[in-house]
Structures are given as C-alpha cells and as structure tokens.
Write a protein of this length. Structure first.
Length: 182
C-alpha cells in the first residue's frame, strides 16, 4: 500500500461526547486541512481501484462526498450521490436505517444505476454500518451490485464492517480505531 497510516491517523481528531455524551466522534476535518494527508488518502484509494472492474462511485452524504467525488474524478467514473431525505430533486428510492443516534432515511435518484452496474461506495467511516447497508439495499433495488464499501476509518467494535461482510459486501478501510482509543 502506498500510504503511511500513521502519517494521517494522527490527524484524525477525537471529539469527546459529540454529538451526545459517551460518543467519541472521529473528526476527519484536519485531514482535509493537510494537502499531504489528503493526497495520501486519495492516492491510496485510487491505487486500490484503478484496475478494478466496477462502473460507478457512490458517495454517502455528506463526508463521503469529499472522498468519493475526488476518487470518481481521478478514476473517470460516474458519481452517484446517496443523500439524506428530501435533498434530491427527481424521483428517488428511499431506505430507512438506524444510526447510532436514531432513525434516518437515505435516498438516491431512481435512475442512478441499472442492472449489471457495479459500485464502490465511499463514506468517511464505518461505525454501525447503517448508512452503507441502506445504500447497498438501494443499489440492489436498482438491479446493481456493490463491488466494495470503502472508508477512511473503521470502528470494528461497532460491527458495521461485519454487517456488510454478512451481506457479502467486501469492505476496505485505511485505518481503524478501537473504542478504547482516545
């Protein structure tokens, strides 16, 4: 792998008790403030997928947009946006899912993918996997399949990567944090 995990992992800021008490939020904002770290992150994803057989990049609202859009540009792939409810202007498919903080809805334009399409889905992190599982269900409803779910961070103790693997969706993360990592 072309990246040095520790050169950017230290830039992921832990924010205690956000958005509610007991949660350690992993803030990737400092990564985007470091051109070198951002380049390492994006180049790592580009190198992983440059020869892979898939047709589209999917990006989760909102931090997944930051990664997915750059990777889609670099790989010359169409970008599919998975948005929070009520943000897309055309006909949508919707999927409810549970987050660490409650219930939410994810939407995608109904004409985004076709049967036989394959997508790599990007988010900033995989926690409980709710957003990516909802996106995978939407992808499957359109007749396409998920090539892989990718993120900068995995929080393995929250089980999201395992949920995706149980759905036969491979996952790839550049780094992980244990719940005990402060």
């Amino acid at each position: 792998m072309i990246y040095d995990e520790f050169s950017f992992k230290s830039l992921i800021r832990p924010v205690m008790d956000f958005p509610k008490p007991g949660v350690v939020f992993r803030d990737i904002t400092p990564l985007f403030q470091s051109p070198k770290a951002l380049r390492l992150v994006i180049d790592s994803f580009v190198q992983r997928y440059i020869d892979a057989e898939f047709s589209h990049i999917g990006a989760m609202d909102a931090r997944g947009f930051l990664i997915g859009s750059i990777v889609a540009y670099e790989l010359n792939k169409p970008l599919i946006l998975f948005r929070k409810q009520g943000k897309l202007p055309a006909d949508v498919l919707s999927e409810a899912y549970q987050t660490e903080y409650g219930e939410a809805w994810l939407e995608v334009h109904a004409d985004s993918l076709c049967e036989g399409d394959a997508i790599v889905m990007f988010d900033d992190l995989i926690a409980t996997g709710g957003t990516l599982v909802a996106a995978a269900n939407l992808v499957r409803r359109m007749g396409a399949h998920v090539y892989e779910a990718a993120a900068i961070i995995d929080l393995p103790e929250l089980g999201g990567s395992q949920r995706l693997e149980d759905m036969s969706i491979p996952t790839f993360c550049l780094t992980n944090f244990a719940l005990s990592d402060r």
